[in-house]
Design a protein around this ligand. Sequence first.
Ligand code: HEC
Ligand code: HEC
Length: 229
Amino acid sequence: MSNVASRWSVGWAAPILGLAIFGIVGACRGTTIPASARSADAVTPERGEVLYSNYCAQCHKADGHGQESVGAPSIAGLPQWYVKTQLMNFRQGIRGAHFDDIEGLRMRPMSLSLPAQEDVDAVSLYVGTMRPVAPAPSVQGGDAGHGSQLFTTCQACHGTDGKGNEAMGAPPLTVQPDWYLVRQLGKFKNGVRGADPRDVKGATMRPMAQGLADEQAMKDVVGHVMTLR
Ligand code: HEC
Ligand code: HEC
């Protein structure tokens, strides 16, 4: 009889203990996560907003306009599909895993801190709703005239207006700051980004950056991109 009783009490204790722990964790998180965002599989902008302020705003700022001092670009205005692709690339080490990628190495652990795939989806959804920004030029010495000639190569994928093309996997180039765009061109050219064998989209971009002779050419083409805003 006593065996049966203890089996019963263990049988009840485990789920009750589990509920209690869940309750405590839930209470802590419940202070920030609204009811609509609590369900494990709810991919909503509300859930994305909470995740964004907990995991992303520190570097990309609350409005998504970025912070040059930590190398974090403005991401407000990037489309949901591109944000998600990049978060997945960071998570899988396709981007941000090269030892020369100082900024990517800073971003990668942040992508991994999102606990679930639904979190990636929700935060991408939210970023896609943020009001775009066109940061003022800060890179000196770009020749936009020469850049407009160079940009003819880029139009096939990024569009004549630089607004991007989802079918090609090419993001808009009109919402990021110029210092970030120049830096990414350098990373593609040097194989710090886009060289991972799994990076199918990056592989289409890499030869384009390799076709730019030097840093001056990168500044020139970005100088032209800045006139598209
Ligand atoms: C510790 C600072 C930091 C935090 C926190 C952070 N990021 Fe980043 N993020 C960066 C840096 C730095 C880069 C630029 C990487 C590079 O130069 O390749 C970046 C790049 C990105 C990019 C690529 C943008 C592009 O145009 O390709 C996306 C998307 C992004 N972050 C989204 C997020 C999201 C969503 C979160 C929250 C889950 C987040 N980041 C949290 C620092 C951070
Ligand atoms: C064949 C298509 C194609 C052409 C042509 C092309 N790109 Fe790209 N570009 C891409 C793709 C795809 C990506 C996104 C790669 C990824 O998913 O990481 C990209 C990414 C970029 C990025 C990084 C943006 C960010 O937010 O991190 C920059 C900057 C860029 N391209 C500039 C250029 C310039 C300048 C040219 C012309 C010299 C050019 N691209 C030509 C396909 C192309």
